[in-house]
Structures are given as C-alpha cells and as structure tokens.
Design a protein around this ligand. Sequence first.
Ligand SMILES: Nc1ncnc2c1ncn2[C@@H]1O[C@H](COP(=O)(O)OP(=O)(O)O)[C@@H](O)[C@H]1O
Ligand SMILES: N[C@@H](CC(=O)OP(=O)(O)O)C(=O)O
Length: 420
Amino acid sequence: MLVFKFGGASVKDAAGVANLAHVVQKYAHEQLLIVVSAMGKTTNALEKLAKAYFNHADDVHELYEEVKQYHYTIMHQLFEDGHPVFDEVNNTFVEIDWMLEDEPVDTYDFIYDQLVSVGELLSTRIVNAYLAQTGLNSKWLDVRGYIHTDNTYREGTVDWDKTSANIQAEIPGMLSKNIVVTQGFLGGTSENFTTTLGREGSDYTASIFAACLQAQSVTTWKDVPGVLNADPKIFQDTVKFDELSYTEAMEMTYYGATVIHPKTIKPLQNAGIPLLVKPFGNPDAPGTRICETANQQFAKAIIIIKQNQVLVSVSSKDHSFISENILSKVYQLFAQNQVKINLLQTSALSLSVCFDLVEERFEKLLSQLNQEFNVKYNSALELITLRHYEPEVLKQLTEGKKVLLEQTSRNTAQVVVAIN
Ligand SMILES: Nc1ncnc2c1ncn2[C@@H]1O[C@H](COP(=O)(O)OP(=O)(O)O)[C@@H](O)[C@H]1O
Ligand SMILES: N[C@@H](CC(=O)OP(=O)(O)O)C(=O)O
C-alpha cells in the first residue's frame, strides 16, 4: 500500500482539488491512504481567528466569514447545489459557531487546537466528496480516533503503542475496499479532545500511518520538483536532489528546511520506508527519493534560512561564570515554555540562545528568565545554515549583514544575522 500526502498548496483552489483527483486516478489500482492538509493558507487564517476570539477582538466574525466564504467558493466550483457535502461542511462549521458563541474560558493552546483543526476537517470532506464524484471509491476517516496523543495542545506527543494498535486493527480492512482520505496535522486525546501535532505536521501524519501499516512508500506532493539545495522562493539557480539519505534529510529539516516536517523522517527510517517528494503539477516526474543508501551529490551547498529569530543573551545577576546549574535552569525554562532552541553558545559569563519567535511563548519565557538572570535580546533576526559549504558561499551570504553569532564545524556553518 501507498501513503500520499497533499499539502495546503496542492488544494488551495478548485483546480487543485481536481488535479489531486487526476494524480490519484493514476494510482487507483493501488491500496491508497491519502493525508490532506488544510486548503491554501487556511491554518494561518484560523490561527488569526483563534487569537481574535481568545482576545475578545472585534473582528472575530469577519475572520470567520472569510474562512467560510473561501471554502464555499471552492465547493460551488466543484459540486452541484444540493450535493450532500454541503451538509457535511455546514455541520463542521456548526461546531465552531457554538464555540464562538461562548466566552473563551480554556487555555489559548486548547482553544487553538479545537478551532484550527477545522481546516483539515473541511479540506478532507471536500476532497473525499470530489474523489467519490469522479468515480473513485473513497472513504472519509476521522484521524482523531486513530492518532492518539497526550494533551500537550499545539504540540501533541504521539502515543505510538495506542496509535499503531488503532491503525493496525482497522485500516488494512478499509484499504482493501476503499481509498482512505484523512486529516493531516491532527490527533485525539483519551478524553476525545482534538490536538495538533505542530505547524506543518501533516507530513508527520503520513509517516505515522506508513510506519504503522508498513507501507511501500510515502509520497508527499509539493509545489516544487523535489528537495532542492535551497528554498526556490528565496534563491535562484537551485538544484534538485534525485536521492537523499534519511540522515541528510533529517539534518536539513532539523536546521529548518520547511519542505518536510522535521519529525517525518525518523519513523520512516526505522521502518525502512522511502519518502518520495514529488511535484503535484507533474506527477510523472521522478522528484526526490529519500532512503537509507542514497546516491547523493552536493554540487552546491545546502542553504537554509530561518527568519523571525530571537537571540537572547543570559548572564547571572551576581556576575558568576556560566555553570552547569545555570545551563540546566535555562534549558528547563525553555522546555517548560515549549520553546525549541535552534542554536546555543556559551562564553565565560554569558549564554546566547537563538530560537523562533512565537509571541505568546516568548513573553512568558522572557519574564521568567528576567526573574533569575540579566537578560538582553535582539529580535527580527535571520539564522543562516549552510551544509557542505565552501567558505566563499558563507562570505557571500553574510556580506553587508551584521553577524551576531557564528558557529562552524567541518560540514555545517550557522550564523545569526541582523537584517538591515
Ligand atoms: N530545500 C528546499 N527544497 C524545496 N522546497 C523548499 C526547500 N526549502 C524550503 N522549501 C519550500 O517548501 C515549500 C513546499 O513545502 P510546503 O509549503 O510544506 O508544502 P505543502 O504545505 O504544500 O506540503 C516550497 O514551496 C518551498 O518554498
Ligand atoms: N495545515 C497545517 C498542517 C500542514 O502540514 O500544512 P501543510 O502541509 O500545508 O504545510 C499547517 O499549515 O501547519
């Protein structure tokens, strides 16, 4: 059996959904499980809605209407009036209607997951109905009953034992009769609340299903020809990798290459399942094959740019050296606030930590750090990572920029720069 993942870019409009069906038709003779993300930028729109609702903002209704209209416009282009999918989608919206009528009493992360998850519930209803309309035998599956997580809202940790038991008990039977269409990015707790697996987590969902079902491969359909040496939205003259090892792909995603979610590769490597990254606009093209023994060449350096970075410098209030105790305390505060460290450097008297800015978490972290340490910080920074690089490339990339921190090893260089 095969696992396919279609991301937001592939289903951003009615033509995208029709193209998805065209790709799936080519593989209709296979057992197929299809993981779908929210359409286009719906997750961003729902994030805004969650924030507005939580903060009692005036534009809650307006933001919600935009999400509704976007989906109804696509549906009117794909289905005749009166198609049953309209009822399914209306019912999905009713759940939000109820929630928005009440005062926000729960934590922001909990509210976020209950609202933002609707993007994938909607997209899969639409994709499933469209596949059926084109004559494919497809079945909608609520992933929350299969991918089981703890209740760390916005970053659910998967309970692999329960998840694999759930998936193995029921999914093979379904796949022998139907194409299964399900939501990426979502999970469910034992109390039946919805969790999300972290932004861009649908690739990870595909990998969870593949690992539990011992799939032949996972294909993630993207708006790029495959994995390139750099993001083509930022750099020209990029080159595509035909093959890439699991290890190199994991390194790339760890450092922030957004083409694949960082958690995706490990379960596939453990199960020996290849990951294919292919262009949804040209389904017969080979794309990139990520596997154990890859014939990989680094004709050009791999470049990864992470924007919206913060660099915090921590020193002790009594001017003592940076000790193991201080390190451990700082790590603890980062972990408690779910802030992932991208780069860390120590000197005798201070500790510099670079991480992604997530406003709600940063403010809390900063106030806790301030209670115990002297803290300075710079924001709106960029973290540039190079792999398999020549010093000349690093020089070109940092030219005219203020370098705040630099760390190099034989294979990897990382610099934090201020954007002018
Ligand atoms: N090294 C890279 N190779 C290819 N694409 C990259 C790379 N780094 C970043 N990207 C970006 O990843 C995007 C595709 O991934 P993503 O947005 O997650 O797709 P989707 O959400 O549709 O699954 C591309 O449009 C590209 O801008
Ligand atoms: N919709 C979620 C999950 C996801 O993976 O999306 P995409 O596949 O479009 O990156 C997000 O935007 O975070």
